[in-house]
Design a protein around this ligand. Structure first.
Ligand code: PCA
Length: 210
């Protein structure tokens, strides 16, 4: 199966983004021959810019025609790998994106449904991450910044298609601790193992149903 895995560049003057580091690490592992059986993997790091991020993701989906899309982003303060359930039709940022734009109170798609659900088999994926000894759980909302923006656009675009897709927020990694005092960090190696388990489980579950 073809899987598209994305992360985000750093934002809000941050130096690192664990989602980017996870994607780079898994890409390097695949290139070094440490693949996951049955997966043709495509990866990308998206800009933290409202319109450009979703346009690039749409382009990558039409280019690679994936069977599954897994988008990752940083959520500082989260204690576990968090599977987002719902994308909502709202851009409402407390901070500017990396192009200096701060959208507030705007629908992502005017006239679109208020929300879209993830189509990833989230409970099964949570169990797979936990089986690796890495904390994981459900989250109700990806917020209203760029992560939710690409999540909503993606679910809107793929609705009714034979593609499973969703968004996963990941905690800070240890290297970020000095910049975020008091917030939980999780070692990058654990996060990488957790997301690899997600990909492996998707490859198994989706091939069983199709
Ligand atoms: N996290 C932000 C945007 C990019 C990222 O990694 C968010 O949660 O919206």
């Amino acid at each position: 199966m073809r899987i598209l895995l994305t992360g985000f560049e750093p934002f809000n003057n941050g130096k690192l983004n664990p989602s980017e580091e996870i994607v780079r690490a898994i890409t390097a592992q695949f290139e070094a021959g440490d693949k996951i059986e049955g997966i043709e993997l495509h990866t990308a790091v998206l800009p933290v810019v409202f319109t450009e991020s979703s346009e690039l993701l749409r382009h990558l989906i039409s280019l690679h025609k994936p069977d599954a899309v897994v988008c990752l982003g940083q959520a500082e303060g989260r204690k576990e790998i968090s599977f987002e359930r719902v994308a909502i039709n709202l851009d409402d940022a407390r901070i500017a994106d990396n192009a200096g734009r701060q959208l507030t109170d705007q629908p992502i798609i005017a006239g679109g449904p208020a929300a879209h659900f993830t189509t990833l088999p989230v409970r099964q994926l949570i169990e797979a991450v936990r089986a690796e000894g890495v904390a994981a759980g459900l989250s109700l909302s990806a917020g209203t910044f760029v992560c939710n923006h690409i999540f909503y656009n993606m679910q809107h675009e793929l609705a009714g298609q034979d593609v499973v897709s969703g968004f996963i927020h990941v905690p800070l990694m240890d290297e970020q601790a000095p910049d975020f005092p008091g917030l939980t960090t999780v070692p990058l190696a654990d996060q990488v193992r957790g997301i690899r388990a997600v990909l492996a489980t998707l490859a198994q579950s989706v091939s069983l149903t199709s």
